[in-house]
Design a protein around this ligand. Structure first.
Ligand SMILES: C[S@@+](CC[C@H](N)C(=O)[O-])C[C@H]1O[C@@H](n2cnc3c(N)ncnc32)[C@H](O)[C@@H]1O
Length: 229
């Protein structure tokens, strides 16, 4: 599955369905400002625990000692017993080869055995609204990003005047989940509809809901020319 692992385990693996999980050389996100992107948070471990059989386990191998230490700190309360080892790996993946060629031959392994089941509720799904506006002047479309616990960032906006269709691409960063998706602004029977664009696999979270609401406000603001925040 070419999917964010958080989305995949939330959506596509049932409780106690998985025997073993491997993660080889997960991105360490070494810069302080990027720590929020790290995958192996306590919440993600609980999600993995939920999907593992009671006799299941997880192996994480990293080349990055600081990330290894950080991951170990996230473990309490996630239902795993930990064994660690310094290994010379033989997985032969692209990144293992890369580190070897750069002269690194020691890697850090965590072997996690499930000892206590964690029941995790699926991520909350919102029923996304479709919005309708009487007017839309695409050349006046302005959007002010939200930055905070939930960040809603507009990455690009395209407008096709022939088909009277606008597409806004968003990056929505929420605790434990980052998603990218398009919001469509289309003219149908004399009104402009703002909705999630077709053909995307996303979780309808509060951040996605916020993106739609804010696009609608920005569409409405094109009539008066003020930027919607
Ligand atoms: C350093 S590479 C290692 C790739 C491969 N396992 C190897 O050993 O060659 C890290 C990989 O993790 C993927 N990745 C990062 N965050 C992810 C996430 N949240 N869900 C799924 N994959 C992710 C990246 O796209 C990248 O391919």
């Amino acid at each position: 599955m070419k999917l964010d692992a958080r989305l995949a385990f939330d959506r596509f693996f049932a409780e106690r369905a998985v025997t073993e999980i491997y993660s080889l050389f997960p991105c360490p996100w070494p810069k302080k400002a990027h720590i929020k992107n790290r995958l192996f948070t306590g919440g993600f471990f609980q999600q993995l625990n939920h999907c593992l059989r009671d006799d299941g386990g997880l192996r994480v191998v990293t080349d990055d000692r600081p990330y290894f230490n950080w991951i170990v700190e996230q473990l309490p309360g996630t239902g795993f017993a930990l064994k660690t080892e310094e290994i010379r790996t033989s997985f032969d993946t692209k990144f293992e080869k890369k580190w070897r060629q750069a002269g690194q031959d020691k890697f850090f392994e965590m072997r996690l055995r499930k000892v206590e089941h964690q029941s995790v509720r699926p991520k909350e799904e919102r029923l996304l609204k479709n919005y309708s506006a009487k007017y839309f002047f695409p050349e006046k479309f302005r959007f002010i990003d939200t930055v905070g616990e939930v960040s809603v960032l507009l990455k690009e906006f395209l407008f096709d005047p022939i088909h009277k269709k606008g597409l806004a691409r968003f990056l929505v960063v929420e605790p434990d989940l980052t998603q990218q998706f398009w919001v469509a602004i289309t003219e149908t029977r004399g009104a402009w509809q703002v909705s999630r664009a077709e053909g995307q696999n996303i979780i309808a979270t509060p951040g996605v809901e916020q993106a739609l609401e804010k696009v609608f406000a920005a569409v409405m603001a094109t009539e008066t020319g003020s930027a919607a925040g």
